[in-house]
Structures are given as C-alpha cells and as structure tokens.
Design a binder for this molecule. Structure first.
Ligand code: M6R
Length: 611
C-alpha cells in the first residue's frame, strides 16, 4: 500500500522519481508528492489526486526541482487522514530539517504527537507519518542515519521509509519493518522503491531489505545495518523482469494487457514443473519427498481476495485428486481465531504480492504453531516469500492492474500441480497422473482459445453493462469461479455482484430475481451441469436475464440462456481457468463501457499491507 521512490546519483532526480511513481501508482493513488535536496535546502511539492496531477506541476518547474540529484517521492493510499494535499507525503519535521516518505502505520503516533505538541511542535497533517518525521528530526544532530536509528527504536508499528536531511544533501536513509524496501544498485546511482517495478528501468541488481534493516545511501555507496545488530551484509539479487514487463505495451489498460499475457504467464508457471513420464509435478521449492508428502494429512490454505478464491479451487483439486482433506480460510480469520494446526497439516499461503498483511500474519501464526508452511507467491523477494522456507514462485511477471488476473490463473495452475503432486504420493496411479498432467499442460492453449473470442465477449458485455446488480452462480469447481467473477465485476465496474453456489440461490437470493437482476451462470460441461441448468430455468422463470459460460457447441446450454460465452471442452478442474478468463474479459468490457478507471478502481490498492 502506497508507493515509495527515492533517488541519489548522477541524473536529475525528478524525472526518475515521477516515472517511478507512475509505475507504483497501482499501490495507491489518492495523493502524491515529491521532495528534493541540494545545497540550497529541501524543496517539497505535493498534490491530492493522481500522479499525473503532480507531474503536471513539477515538470513545468525549473531551478532546484529540475536540477537536484537526490529526492524522494510517494503515492498514497490513505490510512490516517483523508486524501488531501496536506496529508500527502513527503512530511517534514517541526523545523523542516528532515523530510520523509512512509508506508505502514505508526501505532503509537498519538502518544508521540501529544509529546511533541507539549513541546510546542505544530503539525500540518493528520498523518502518523508526519509524527515520524518530527521524531526523526528530534534526534537529528548532523547524522541522519543515527537520527533514524534512534527514532525507530521508539516506534511501534510498521514502516518502510525513505528520509533526507537538509544538512546532508545527496544522502538517503531507508529502513523497513513490515513494509518492503528494495534498493536498486546502479552505476554511480541508487534507486530505492517499495517494489521492483520502479527500479527495473535503471538496474536489475537489487537488495531487498529485511525487517529491522536500515541503510545509508549516497550515490552508489550503500551501507546497511540492522537496528539491533550493527553492520550486516545483504547479497544483491537479479530482478528477472524485463523493463517492458511493467509497461502497458500498447494496450489501453494494464488489466487488458495482463489478461492477454495469461497464456505466456501460465506457460512460465508450469514450465519445467510437469513430469509427463512419471505423471506428476516437479515442485522442488516445496522441498518435500514423497514420503514427507504422504505424512501430510491435511492442507490448510490461507489467502485474501482473489488469492483466497484460487485457494478454494485448490481445495477442490486436493480433495478430488489426492483424497486428503483441504480447507481454505480467509487469512485474517486464521490469524485471529487461534486455529488448530496439527503436526500432520501443511499451511499453504497464497499471495500475489507476498506482502498482504493478513496473509503474512497467518504465515507467522502457522510458523509459531510449529506447522509446515509453504507459500505460493508471485513477487520475488517479497516478505512472505522470504519468511517461508518452502515455496513456489508463480513466475507470472509483474501484475500492475489492481484487479488480479494473470496471478489468479497462475495460482490455479500451480494449485492443480500441487494437488497432482500430493495425489501421486497418496493414491493416484501413474496413468491417472499422466492424464491430469497433460490437461494441466493444455491450459495455456485453452486460454488462447478464450482470448480469440474477445470481440464476442465485448458484444455480450454491452447487454449487461447497464445493470446495477448481478448474480454469479456455479457448482463444484465452478463455484469459486463464480465468486471470483463477482469479485472482478464489482471491483472494476462498481456493479454490485454476488457469487453464489447455484444450489444456494433458492435459499434466499432468489427473492431478488427480476428482469433487472442478471444471472451469470457457469454452465460448462462437468458434474453438476444438469442441476445448474435447472437453476437457470428457475431464474428464467422469474424473468432474470441469463448469461451462460458454456462449453463450445453445447446447444442445450445455449438454448437455456439469453446470451452465452463459449469456452473449449476440457475437464472441469482445468475449465476453471478458461472460464475465469472469460469472466475477466466480461468484467473488463463492462467496466470499459461504463467508463470506469479500470486499472485504478476507487478506494482500492494493489497490495493491502494494513489490517
Ligand atoms: O497480493 P495478494 O494476492 O495477497 O492480494 C490479495 C488481495 O488483496 C487481492 O487478490 C485482491 O482481492 C485483488 N484486487 C482482486 O482482484
């Protein structure tokens, strides 16, 4: 949540900072700001609204703002205080000698604020971050690293920060605890950011700070220490995303680009991980021998939002293929309800960003309870990835759009592989394993087929874009797809949408059916299809318009609906992916027709690093 960029080095800082903010805007976009330092002091500009508004102002300025070689910038998702210009970062200390940008939450900000108010400080904003700036400045005696170190020892909460001091132009001090900071190492320059997408234009060499790390950076000189242990050494790693991966590449929106990237993203996810000969999956990151796999008697899957929906498909697949119990739990619920985790359970955390606060806390709780913990993460070097010794990277490439698409289908593809791996150890024959493995390998081609129908889906979307409500229904594997379809539609089009098990409709929601309440039914072939067709008839009998996602050429299903979207014929466990892609395109086009801010839906942020 919120994006941070910092630069020190040979170039003019401002263009680097603005271009970094644009890359990070998906993390929050209610206000933005920039500060630069030079021998002439500190200059700050901030603005409520999106980064483009800030860019328009600062790009017209010359003088210090255009010439400074060191600066920090921030794009905000409001936690404390509304999204006004005054609450935008950077924030200064009481005397304007120190300035900082901050992600996270300072939990003892009220106590600190009261203490400083008693000393005569005045605050310009409602934010906890401004209190932190006052705290750092109160410790400042000419050495920013020492001041930040002392300040952070008084702080309760989470932070990723980048600070500058008026008397040390050219110096950045960064620190993290619970909110990521990546240091990009260039030639005679260093770029810091809250995630790698703001860095890859300049360098692929990066250091991911650990919690409690603090670093002083000047030009290309980076000194890292730990708040409690003194100097530490952190090995740089290579960011394997190409610079273009975080650009729109000619598409109108990141979401559309990422929808269309799915065949490649899923291919990258499954590449080298399917063993057709043995009919299993090679998931070396799990670091589990068949003997250890057999010992696992229950899988507990935790995640939030779309990642949780992917987990539900994993639950079906693990029980279906491996006949071992699997359960999905919303990560926040898992962390707070003192879950029962046995020695024969494995907890699997799913997170695209690897930074979601509740999922991270669930991981920590599971570790605390002595459970075997593994993670399914997309962002390399993210906190969840680093805190779990077992894990599988999705390799889906950067996902910029707030609405998750390619991460979801890569998560599902990976969960099918995990289910297959467990199943082969538990009960599945080689022949059955080979059959499933071949179907998993076919997923990218199934997605290609759906993408070819984009124009038809766009036409269908025009019939549904004017409604204010919608139901999504499905059974079995298609039930989580209904949940995900509804989530996608509501988050980007602001249409109120609910996902229901098709059988559940009769237990209450059917009361809402009328001609202004469309039903999107997952009607593709597989177990339960006949029953969902009956539910569709019940909807039609109550005048609800029905849009069916059906298997290509299924005339009976077509006849039952007002409109259809076709997906290729395949087993239901793999059909979840093309069906989800069809619903992504449907939501995308509906949101486009309604003129919504597709990549930056209101009130949302890409990674939710607060509770
Ligand atoms: O990064 P994570 O996968 O942990 O994020 C979890 C959710 O915040 C995320 O999936 C959210 O629901 C998406 N915006 C949905 O499109």
């Amino acid at each position: 949540m919120c994006g941070i960029v910092g630069y020190t080095g040979k170039r003019a800082a401002m263009p680097v900072l603005i271009s970094g903010l644009k890359k990070l805007e998906y993390r929050g976009y209610d206000s933005a700001g920039i500060a630069v330092t030079s021998d002439d002091g500190i200059l700050i500009r901030k603005q409520s609204g999106k980064v483009a508004g800030l860019a328009e102002i600062v790009e017209q300025e010359d003088g210090m703002l255009a010439e400074a070689h060191t600066g920090i910038a921030h794009t905000r998702w409001a936690t404390h205080g509304p999204p006004t210009t005054l609450n935008a970062h950077p924030h200064e200390g009481n005397e304007g000698r120190v300035v900082l940008v901050h992600n996270g939450i300072i939990e003892n900000h009220n106590d600190l604020r009261n203490r400083f108010k008693a000393q005569g400080h005045t605050f310009k904003s409602d934010t906890d971050s401004e209190v932190l700036a006052h705290l750092v400045e109160s410790h400042y005696q000419g050495d920013l690293l020492e001041a930040v170190t002392a300040a952070l020892k008084e702080v309760e909460g989470t932070y990723g920060i980048t600070c500058m001091a008026k008397d040390e132009p050219g110096v950045l001090v960064v620190a993290r605890s619970g909110s990521p900071i990546v240091i990009g190492l260039g030639d005679d320059e260093t770029i810091v950011a809250s995630d790698a997408s703001a860095i890859i234009t300049y360098t692929r060499q990066a250091i991911y700070l650990d919690d409690n790390d603090i670093a002083r950076i000047e030009g290309s000189k980076v000194d890292i220490r730990s708040l409690d242990k003194g100097a530490v050494s952190r090995t740089p790693s290579e960011i394997d995303w190409s610079p273009g991966a975080a650009e729109k590449g000619g598409y109108e929106h990141y979401m559309l680009k990422e929808i269309f990237e799915q065949p490649e993203a899923i291919s990258n996810t499954i590449r080298g991980r399917i063993d057709l000969n043995r009919g299993t999956a090679i998931l070396s990151g799990l670091n589990l021998s068949p003997r250890e796999l057999v010992a696992i008697q229950r899988l507990l899957i935790v995640g939030c939002g779309t990642s949780m929906n992917a987990g539900l498909i994993g639950e079906y697949a693990v029980e279906d293929f491996a006949a071992i119990p699997a359960e999905v739990e919303q990560a926040a619920e898992f962390r707070y309800r003192n879950p029962i985790v046995g020695s024969r359970d494995m907890v699997l955390a799913i997170s695209q960003s690897g930074e979601t606060a509740d999922t991270l806390a669930a991981v920590r709780e599971a570790v605390e309870k002595g459970s075997l913990v593994a993670a399914l993460v997309n962002v390399v070097g993210s906190t969840i990835a680093r805190e779990t010794s077992r894990g599988i990277y999705l390799h889906a490439g950067p996902e910029i759009s707030v609405a998750s698409t390619k991460a979801f289908t890569s998560q599902v593809s990976t969960l099918l592989m995990i289910a297959l791996k467990f199943a082969r150890a538990h009960r599945l024959s080689r022949e059955q394993g080979i059959k499933i493995a071949k179907e998993i390998e076919r997923i990218p081609e199934l997605v290609e087929a759906v993408l070819k129908t984009n124009d038809q889906i766009s036409e269908v979307a025009a019939h549904y874009a004017h409604y204010n409500n919608a139901f999504f229904i499905g059974r079995g594997y298609m039930y989580p797809v209904a949940l995900e379809g509804a989530l996608k539609l509501k988050e980007i089009s602001y249409i109120h949408a609910e996902g229901y098990h098709a059988a559940e409709l009769k237990h209450g929601p059917i009361a809402l059916l009328e001609e202004s309440m469309p039903v999107i039914a997952l009607l593709n072939e597989g177990p339960g299809q006949e029953k969902t067709l009956s539910n569709v008839a019940e909807c039609k009998a109550r005048s609800a318009p029905v849009l069916g996602v059906i298997t290509e050429g299924d005339e009976e299903a077509r006849a039952a609906c007002d409109h259809v979207i076709e997906i290729p014929s395949c087993p239901q466990y793999s059909s979840v992916v093309p069906a989800a892609v069809a619903l992504q395109l449907l939501s995308y086009h509906i949101a486009r027709i309604r003129g919504c801010a597709i990549d930056q839906p209101r009130n949302l942020a890409k990674s939710v690093t607060v509770e």
